[in-house]
Design a protein around this ligand. Structure first.
Ligand code: PBG
Length: 324
C-alpha cells in the first residue's frame, strides 16, 4: 500500500498540525432573552439552562461571558402582551426597556458588540414579523416600521442591526434610514436565508411571539430551496448588508456552504433554539455526551463555511474552550 491516510492521524501533534477548521469564542454570538422589571429571572422550559433575564442578570451574564472571551451578544426582548399592538409601536417607544438595557450594557461594557433583532413579532399583537391587514402580511407598509425600529436601536447604541423579518427591500430601506440619521458606522447583519422552520418553537415560547393566525410561509423561505438563497444573497449585498446569515444552521449546512462560495461577505449562521433544545434533551437523558457533541456540532457549522455563529451554546462552549 503506497498511500495510508492514517499516517496523518497517528499523533495528537500531527492531527493538530493539519486541522483544517478552527473555532474559538471570537466566532460566537450569544443570544440573550430579556425581560423588563426587577423580579427574578424566569426559566424557559423548552430551553433548559436559559432564562429570560432582568437588566441586572443581563449585566451579570455579559460580564461572565466577557471573562470567558465571549464578547458578542444578540438581544431579544420578551414584551408583555398588553404592550403589543398592530403597528409594534412599543418597538420605537421611549419607554422600551430593550433600549434601556442596550444603553446600560454599552456603558458598562463598551467593548461588547451588541446585535439587535429587527422584526415586528416581539411587539406585534398579530405575532407576525410584518404589518398584517385582512390576514395578509403587507411588505411595503412594514418597511417604515422596521426603519424606525432600527434607528431607535442605533440611537440606543446597538453595533449591528439584525433584520430577521424577510420583507423585500428592507436592507436598503434600513441602510438609508441609518445613514440619513448619521449612523453610518452601524452594521447590518441580514437574515438573508431565513427558512420557515419548525426549529424556532422554543424561541417563540421564550418570547410568547408565535403568530396568532397563519404561518410565516409567505415571507420566510421554503426549506426545499437552496438556490433561492443565492437570489436573496445577491439582493442583500446590493442593498448594503455587511454580513449574510443563514438560519437555521444544522439542517441547512449546504446553504451555508453555497453562500460562502458565492459571496465575498462574511457569512453567519444561526444555530437556533430548536437545535439547542434537541441536543440538550438528548444530553440530559444521557444519550449523548454534551462536552463532545456540543463542540462537534458548532465545528460542523463553521466547517460548512460560517465565519460567525449565533448560538445558545456560546457560553458553554467558551467555558469548554478554556478547559481544552
Ligand atoms: C423573529 C425571530 C425568530 C427567531 C429569531 N428572530 C422567530 C421567528 O421568525 O419566528 C428564531 C430564533 C431561534 O429559534 O432561536 N423574527
Amino acid at each position: 500500500m503506497l498511500i495510508r491516510p492514517r499516517r496523518n492521524r497517528k499523533s495528537p501533534v500531527i492531527r493538530d498540525m493539519i486541522q483544517e477548521t478552527h473555532l474559538s469564542p471570537a466566532n460566537l454570538i450569544y443570544p440573550l432573552f430579556m425581560l423588563d422589571g426587577t423580579g427574578a429571572k424566569e426559566e424557559i422550559k423548552s430551553l433548559p439552562g436559559l432564562y429570560r433575564l432582568r437588566e441586572k442578570d443581563v449585566l451579570k451574564e455579559v460580564e461572565q461571558s466577557i471573562e470567558l472571551g465571549l464578547k458578542s451578544f444578540v438581544l431579544f426582548p420578551a414584551v408583555a402582551e398588553e404592550l403589543k399592538d398592530k403597528t409594534a409601536s412599543y418597538g420605537v417607544s421611549d419607554k422600551n426597556f430593550y433600549h434601556r438595557i442596550i444603553r446600560s450594557v454599552k456603558s458598562r461594557f463598551p467593548e461588547a458588540i451588541l446585535m439587535s433583532d429587527v422584526a415586528m413579532d416581539p411587539y406585534s399583537s398579530d405575532g407576525h414579523d410584518g404589518y398584517v391587514e385582512d390576514g395578509k402580511i403587507l411588505n411595503d407598509e412594514t418597511l417604515p416600521i422596521l426603519v424606525d425600529m432600527a434607528i431607535a436601536q442605533a440611537e440606543a447604541g446597538i453595533d449591528i442591526i439584525g433584520p430577521s423579518d424577510m420583507m423585500d427591500g428592507r436592507v436598503e430601506a434600513i441602510r438609508d434610514g441609518l445613514d440619513d440619521h448619521g449612523y453610518t458606522d452601524v452594521s447590518i447583519m441580514s437574515y438573508t436565508a431565513k427558512y420557515a422552520s419548525a426549529f424556532y418553537g422554543p424561541f417563540r415560547d421564550a418570547l410568547e411571539s408565535a403568530p396568532k393566525s397563519g404561518d410565516k410561509k409567505t415571507y420566510q423561505m421554503d426549506p426545499a430551496n437552496k438556490y433561492e438563497a443565492l437570489r436573496e444573497a445577491d439582493l442583500d449585498e446590493e442593498e448594503g448588508a455587511d454580513f449574510l446569515m443563514v438560519k437555521p444552521a444544522l439542517c441547512y449546512l449546504d446553504v451555508i456552504h453555497v453562500l460562502k462560495t458565492h459571496s465575498n461577505l462574511p457569512i453567519a449562521a444561526y444555530n437556533v433554539s430548536g437545535e439547542y433544545a434537541m441536543l440538550k434533551a438528548a444530553c440530559m437523558n444521557g444519550w449523548l455526551d454534551y462536552d463532545k457533541a456540543m463542540p462537534e456540532m458548532l465545528l460542523s457549522i463553521r466547517r460548512a463555511g460560517a465565519d460567525a455563529i449565533l448560538t445558545y451554546f456560546a457560553k458553554d462552549f467558551a467555558q469548554w474552550y478554556k478547559n481544552h
